[in-house]
Ligand binder design. Structure first.
Ligand code: NAD
Ligand code: ZN
Length: 353
């Protein structure tokens, strides 16, 4: 679990006092990995405390994190500083948060990031790392994984060293998120709740977090009586609780299929989950009905026919990636999942999208 967290509007201003006590020495910098969308945004960047050799690296979130990108960043950081960083601070959405977690791990572990995709393969504790979300939904701020696309698979580095040492939850930072993206990333949280609460791995720990997150999602996406500020606050906490819920259970059908879309077509996680979930009535009847209501109420149009022109070989690649995620299928459909979700069945679902 994340060992330290501060919450509240304006809590981002606590960043200097939080990090300074963690500085190893003046040659060991803090490296800020910041979403490029904030470049030139002095409202945010002027509050990033830079001293000695501290550095901001702006990174685009247009593409999801890759193992090769993590390896390049680690090399860049090592080559441009005398000492190993005192800390890595990620500011942005799931993309930047996951990159920050992965970079902090790879600064203290040999080899390449792809070698650590899986469960509990990381040997050494990561460099001190701080996560500051600027969009709510993924739960990446609280989770035990950093999802990376590698040469062969899209899979997380799941380990006890992955969670942030410190998180700053400041709902103010989410105020300029574009509406579509707000919905897509928010729905990631909603889908985490449904997949966790309806899964066979469910237990009292996950259920308690999942139910709270679901209640908050309903407030944000279905109840028009809340103000924008209240919605920002509630979605930030929904994301946190949704992430906690899947920490002790798993996601399900939508995530497995969305990983396939992402691997082959580069479809981003939030929108990919929405595209898939829209067609999963068979598995999550109530969840999908509510999703359609949220979509309508918030006036969201999803991309259509993204699989229309795929070749059989391309379908096979997506199917292989999706079916390789065994824990997700077992959580969703039980131990005999492979009798239900055959490659043929999966293809027929993808063909609807
Ligand atoms: P994102 O980080 O890719 O950001 C989405 C878009 O919103 C980007 O264009 C970004 O620039 C913009 N944005 C972010 N904050 C903004 C702000 N305050 N104002 C204006 N624009 C802003 O999106 P995401 O949905 O948060 O993250 C998706 C990633 O998270 C995927 O790579 C996915 O694999 C990963 N993920 C990780 C976990 C985990 O547990 N580690 C869980 C779910 C998803
Ligand atoms: Zn997700």
């Amino acid at each position: 679990m994340v060992s330290r967290v501060v919450y509240g509007r304006g809590s981002f201003n606590q960043l200097p006092e939080i990090v300074e006590s963690k500085r190893v020495n003046t040659k060991a910098p803090f490296i800020y990995l910041v979403d490029e969308v904030f470049k030139g945004n002095s409202w945010l960047t002027s509050r990033i405390p830079l001293s000695y050799n501290d550095e901001i690296i702006y990174i685009s979130a247009n593409e999801e994190p890759k193992t090769s990108q993590v390896d390049e960043l680690v090399e860049q950081i090592i080559l441009s500083h005398q000492d190993k960083p005192s800390g890595i601070i990620g500011i942005g959405g799931g993309t930047l948060l996951d990159l920050s977690k992965a970079v902090s791990i790879m600064l203290t572990n040999e080899g390449e990031a792809k070698d650590y995709q899986g469960w509990d393969l990381v040997k050494n504790p990561a460099v001190y790392h701080v996560g500051i979300p600027t969009i709510s939904g993924t739960g990446a701020e609280v989770s035990r994984t950093t999802v990376l696309t590698g040469p062969e698979k899209k899979l997380g580095i799941n380990s006890d060293y992955t969670p942030f040492d410190q998180v700053i939850l400041d709902p103010d930072l989410t105020k300029d998120v574009p509406k579509q993206q707000w919905f897509y990333t928010g729905m990631d949280c909603y889908i985490h709740c449904i997949e966790s609460l309806q899964g066979t791995y469910l237990n009292a720990f996950s259920k308690s977090y999942g139910e709270k997150a679901l209640e908050l999602c309903k407030n944000v996406f279905l109840d028009t009586s809340f103000s924008e500020e209240e919605k920002q606050e509630q979605l930030m906490m929904a994301s946190w609780h949704g992430g906690m819920s899947i920490a002790y259970s798993q996601v399900g059908v939508a995530h497995a299929m969305s990983y396939g879309l992402s691997f082959l077509l580069g479809v981003k996680h939030g929108v990919g989950n929405c595209i898939v979930f829209d067609h999963l009535e068979e598995f999550y009847p109530e969840g999908v009905a509510l999703f359609k209501e949220m979509k309508q109420l918030n006036n969201i149009q999803l991309p259509k026919n993204i699989c229309a022109n795929l070749t059989d070989e391309e379908y096979d690649i997506m199917i292989k990636v999706a079916l390789s995620l065994k824990p997700l299928w077992e959580n969703a459909l039980g131990k005999k999942w492979d009798q239900i979700m055959t490659p043929k069945k999966l293809k027929s679902l993808y063909q609807l999208m």
